[in-house]
Unconditional design. Structure first.
Length: 481
């Protein structure tokens, strides 16, 4: 740092960038910095990709893909596809769908490990130096890495820019301590050898809803304990209603406005005690009650980095902290905890630090997806206070009819007067793919008429997006039909 407190660089050498944490944000930051010619060092304690690749996003979505395949087999009969085997007498027998969870989990962990290795190799090819170990800030210009067993060996890395991307961990309650046997966090779900007979999921946010949906489709009896009135509190109410209908139809028990006070491993099962004194008994319990940032012991306070009371690092729209040359990205920050946001902000932070062109983070442009069955995707502003809303049920779509899809919808929000698309919600199979054209419309500020003129294949689920836009042509965008 210069005498005036401003950062100075010796431009006869490469700018040195040190990154703590190799999750989606740290990985993208390292790649971007290497592409711009920086001397990049990445410190990662568990493996490139971090928990997102090794224990969270990649494993959970792989599990969900397996559950979707099992559900598709069960639902095939409605399309006229029937599975039979002949018995000894030649009489047809209807076989059951069996889930080999050991094989499923082995594939999940192998896929996650391969993804991590692919990412590591790409970083090495880009010229990034990777140091296995635990990093912490020594001061604003250097980090110290513990590389030996028990924290005995240390490396000191000087840096012009430091980026912290350490992610978060499952929140644990003292009265429901995960034991890795029957009381589990989402990281521990891949250690189970058989599909739980009765899985009690505590927490109806994104993680709880996704695992409840997956295990219901894998054949578990599922009870979902929600402290709120609806599943997925804070999400689109119409989407939550569709999901609740699907869950109930699939045999799931929904306990709304119920808070779990205590969870006990009884040896051959679990007992969940609710705040009203009632109990629920099952074979396993998944605690999905949020996450906490992995910011303890990083030396952030000593370096002058401001933290929220929750321990999250406070950053601005380019990931910069209260210390000018220290940035932070991902779930350890106060921004939206999504892998896609972490990746984008990792690149943004590097661009800003190295003087490249940068577009500050804009929350209303984020496309997010909940990988339940059906999926729920959203982007932009999705409330009707300042917009005209139009909802088109998916069952009207010809492609949906061919596929046997009955649940879901497309919803568009347009600004009053101008007709500019400001948000959308999609509930459908592969909604994560269908939200993309709406996200482009929001980002590019397209009007409903401009979107309506875009060609889509016929028949296609995407046709419902242009159908909704065309339907809004006849709507008075001052809010009147």
């Amino acid at each position: 740092m210069g005498n005036n407190g401003r950062m100075t660089f010796d431009f006869e050498r490469k700018q040195r960038i040190a990154i703590i944490g190799g999750g989606p944000g740290g990985y993208e930051a390292a790649l971007a910095a290497a592409q711009l010619g920086a001397d990049v060092t990445l410190v990662e304690s568990t493996g490139v990709g971090g928990s997102a690749v090794l224990t969270d996003v990649v494993p959970s979505k792989t599990l969900i893909a397996t559950a979707d395949a099992a559900s598709a087999i069960d639902d095939a009969s409605s399309l006229g596809v029937q599975f039979y085997a002949k018995g000894e007498t030649g009489k047809p027998l209807k076989p059951e769908v069996a889930i080999n969870l050991l094989a499923v989990n082995k594939r999940i962990l192998a896929l996650a490990g391969q993804q991590s290795e692919d990412m590591r190799e790409r970083l090495i090819e880009a010229g990034v130096r990777i140091i296995p170990g635990h990093g912490r800030l020594e001061d604003e210009d250097a980090i110290v890495v513990s590389t030996g067993p028990g924290g005995t060996d240390f490396d000191r890395i000087e840096a012009d820019t430091i980026i912290v991307s350490v992610g978060g961990s499952p929140r644990e309650l003292p009265s429901a301590k995960p034991d890795g046997d029957r009381i589990l966090t989402w990281k521990q779900m891949y250690n189970t050898s058989a599909v739980p007979k009765h899985l009690i999921v505590v927490g109806s946010g994104v993680t709880g809803a996704e695992f409840a949906s997956a295990y219901m489709n894998l054949g578990s009896k599922v009870t979902l304990v929600s402290s709120r009135e609806q599943v997925l509190p804070g999400e689109d109410p119409d989407a939550a209603k569709v999901l609740e209908k699907v869950f109930t139809r699939g045999g799931m028990t929904l306990l709304a406005k119920s808070r779990a006070d205590r969870v006990e491993n009884t040896g051959n099962g679990v007992t969940v005690t609710l705040s009203d004194g009632s109990t629920v008994e099952g074979s396993h319990c998944l605690m999905a009650v949020g996450s906490v940032p992995n910011t303890r012991g990083l030396g952030l306070e000593g370096a002058g980095v401001q933290l929220a009371e929750s321990g999250h690092i406070l950053v601005n729209k380019v990931g910069r902290t209260s210390v000018p040359n220290i940035y932070a990205v991902g779930d350890c920050t106060n921004l939206v905890p999504l892998a896609s946001v972490s990746s984008m902000l990792g690149r943004t932070a590097v661009f800003h630090a190295m003087g490249d062109a940068v577009i500050p983070f804009a929350e209303h442009k984020i496309a997010s997806n909940i990988f339940t069955s059906p999926e729920i995707a959203s982007v932009g502003w999705t409330d009707g206070d300042q917009a005209v809303e139009l909802k088109l049920d998916l069952e009207e779509n010809p492609r949906a009819k061919m596929m046997g899809v009955k649940d879901g919808f497309v919803k568009l929000y347009a600004r009053e007067g101008s007709g500019t698309i400001i948000g959308g919600v999609v509930v459908a199979p592969k909604a994560s793919e269908l939200i993309f054209p709406i996200a482009i419309a929001v980002d590019r500020r397209l009007t409903v008429d401009q979107l309506a003129r875009v060609f889509t294949a016929y028949p296609s689920l995407a046709g419902s997006i242009t159908d909704a836009a065309r339907a809004m042509h006849g709507v008075d965008l001052r809010g009147e039909a």
